[in-house]
Design a protein around this ligand. Sequence first.
Ligand SMILES: Nc1ncnc2c1ncn2[C@@H]1O[C@H](COP(=O)(O)OP(=O)(O)O)[C@@H](O)[C@H]1O
Ligand code: SF4
Ligand SMILES: [Mg+2]
Length: 314
Amino acid sequence: MLEVKGLAVDYYTEEGIVHALQGVSLEVRPGETLSLVGESGSGKSTLALAVLGLLPRRARVSGSIIFRGQNLLSLSEEEMRKLRGDRITVVFQEPLTALNPVFTVGRFLKDVYLTHKGGSEREAEERALEMLRKVKVPAPEKVLNSYPHELSGGMRQRVLIAASLINEPDLVIMDEPTSALDVSVQAQIIRLIYELKEQVKASFIFITHNLGVAASVGDRIAVMYAGKVMEVASKGELFSNPLHPYTKGLLASVPRVSGGEVKPIPGTVPDLRNPPPGCRFHPRCPYRFEPCDKEVPELKEVEKGHWVACYLWR
Ligand SMILES: Nc1ncnc2c1ncn2[C@@H]1O[C@H](COP(=O)(O)OP(=O)(O)O)[C@@H](O)[C@H]1O
Ligand code: SF4
Ligand SMILES: [Mg+2]
């Protein structure tokens, strides 16, 4: 469905060049959910924006993003606009900024449908209602005529999830869709996403900084750190057999219901204007050895379906 190869993104800012992504390669298979997990600043949103063609002008991109056989980086603005909202859709963290305050939920959903599918106002309305039912909005007829400010955060996010699915997309990107919500609402939305991904044919990229959330939604998990993919494996494999020292650190830093020591990873995410040479994790890595600060370890398949970028597994 999607194959990202050697993707690099640099942001040109007045304070210098931010090397936000370097040599990122990933694939998303038909019908699967790939969770992207990593600390804040690891480049998750940059990857999402690159796929959506929504990077700011000051960003320089190289590599390729192949979506259903087409390199998205070689498409025009116009061609990307046709795909976005139709074949590739997105749900961002903050639902209020994604909704126009002067339009009702019904108008918004109908426009998302009509822009790409055409058809009559009535067909669009029926489809909008169907989607509101699908995302389990109570009293969908009433919500159709409501304005965004009249809804709770959780309800708004349900509306945006409905919009992301209304055109039966091939790929849905969710970037921290629950991070702005209260914990109890967060759990309801995660449950909903889990149910929906089983019902629809689309592939999902689910972005989160929370490993537990990544595991509850994803089929496979890609761990990112400082603009690089460090490890990719199925959810079961990643939890039972983590290979990258960063993944091990992340797992050890998650509090558990059963208790036990929580060990945060020492140090902080590097400034990407001046990323560490070699393995970007080396300043924080308890296992670093002779090649780590000089050469960049490649992401390699070391066991079937299990990829890791670390010299320990050369
Ligand atoms: N528009 C931008 N201009 C300059 N730097 C940016 C911009 N967006 C993100 N960055 C930088 O790129 C890096 C990756 O950020 P981001 O993709 O937002 O990470 P994440 O989503 O994992 O938190 C960070 O160092 C961040 O400061
Ligand atoms: S390559 Fe070296 S520094 Fe990087 S994670 Fe592996 S052992 Fe640690
Ligand atoms: Mg982000």
